[in-house]
Ligand binder design. Structure first.
Ligand SMILES: [Zn+2]
Length: 400
């Protein structure tokens, strides 16, 4: 079975020695490989029924994991010989849902198995799977896959090869692999039907909403008058006033989850950055609110937890870059709220662009480049066409 929403819930057993041990750090780094390159998200267990329980077995050398989500608690073993980046990425690959590359039904076209060189009792690991047992996802055989064993896997003397490539290409040991292969990444996205890395932002990973290709799941709040909208071919969302007074316009992010206590790569502070502009006469305000939950298993955010983490009432006439340091240890949701008061001029507007949610510490410690200032100014000259019942805003100037 696949993990719902490409989200793999994990729990690290005490034996791994989180968060300080080098093993724990390596495990987090391996998970981060999936976070950076795919839509898979690993989320620390907070009471969910189905999860992977990772343990370190120092008395054994063996590394293993069930394939995909089995249901209930499923263990993933990392023995003393498993503590290499490539091997952990491989075991996590099983948990994601992948079998070994050398067991593919078409493997004989690409590799030769030397059965006599295999340690006794380990030949079943080299069996070929039937076409109905594995989904090849339209991907060719890949020597570079993290799910591919190397030439000397289970070799009886460590020197006689058990697998040889027909192409002459060197496969190389798993423990030396330092990344998912291109095909591995495509397979994950095909298996989980993800469009891109940032499709799922419900788990702690840096996100950047460009508004060109995706908005990181941000959507209009219910029951709001000022709808945030993306102008065609430009990279911001905008809330404009084409009537007077009223309910604030809300632009809401999906639920975002807390950083794990084990995860030294992220938190406890995070940084929300974005470009903003407020334009027009009269009173208006733009604010960024954060709602939090104490427990991730709760389903709804309550308004009572809402905190305004940033706000502006200043009409700026130009884009300004904002940096907001926030506590990210609890699950949270973000809301941009625009409010026009009755004295605000028609055509007043607020826009935000290039929203980044960064999990790597407070804003002043972030080394990553600031996204470019939006090149196009929001349309602020609006011509009003009156008819009997309502007023419609028509943009007249698009680019200057
Ligand atoms: Zn394996």
């Amino acid at each position: 079975m696949l993990w719902p929403h490409a989200a793999i819930v994990y729990r690290v057993e005490d034996s791994v020695g989180c968060p300080e041990s080098p093993q724990c750090q390596l495990l987090m780094k391996a998970m981060d490989e999936y976070h950076r390159k795919s839509c898979i998200r690993f989320k620390e267990w907070t009471g969910e029924d189905d999860y992977v329980s990772v343990f370190f077995n120092p008395d054994s050398g063996s590394c293993w994991s069930p394939v995909g989500m089995v249901g209930d608690k499923q263990r993933l073993s990392l023995g003393q010989r498993c503590w290499y980046f490539g091997i952990i990425v491989h075991e996590l690959g099983h948990a994601v849902g992948f079998w070994h590359e050398m067991n593919r039904p078409d493997r004989d076209e690409h590799i030769v198995i030397d059965w006599q060189n295999i340690i006794r009792g380990f030949t079943p690991a080299f069996r070929k799977m039937r076409a109905d047992q594995v989904n090849l996802l339209d991907e060719k055989f890949d020597y570079k896959s993290v799910m591919m064993y190397d030439e000397y896997a289970f070799s009886k003397d460590g020197k006689s090869p058990t697998i040889q490539s027909r192409s002459g290409e060197v496969i190389g040991p798993l423990w030396m692999k330092n990344s998912l292969s291109e095909s591995d990444i495509r397979r994950i996205h095909k298996l989980y039907q993800c469009k891109d890395n940032n499709q799922m932002v419900s788990f702690p990973y840096n996100v950047h909403c460009t508004f060109k290709d995706h908005v990181c799941g941000f959507k209009n709040g219910e029951f709001t008058i000022w709808k945030w909208k993306t102008e065609e071919k430009v990279n911001y969302v905008i809330s404009t006033l084409d009537n007077s007074g009223g309910t604030p316009g809300k632009f809401i992010s999906p639920n975002l989850y807390p950083v794990s206590k084990n995860d030294k790569l992220r938190g406890p502070s995070g940084c929300i950055r974005f470009w903003s502009i407020l334009e027009g006469e009269g009173t208006m305000s733009l604010s960024l609110n954060m709602e939090t939950l104490d427990d991730v298993t709760q389903l709804t955010f309550n308004e009572g937890s809402t905190q305004t983490v940033w706000s502006s009432q200043q009409s700026t006439k130009n884009w300004n870059h904002q940096n907001v340091t926030v506590d990210i240890t609890k699950p949270f949701r973000l809301t941009f709220q625009s409010q026009f008061y009755s004295d605000a001029s028609k055509g007043a507007l607020m826009a935000v662009a290039e929203i980044e949610i960064l999990y790597n510490g407070p804003c002043d410690s972030i080394r990553r480049n600031i996204p470019q200032k939006p090149v196009v100014k929001p349309i602020h000259q609006l011509q009003f066409v009156e008819d009997l019942h309502n007023i419609t805003a028509v943009p007249v100037d698009t680019d200057y």
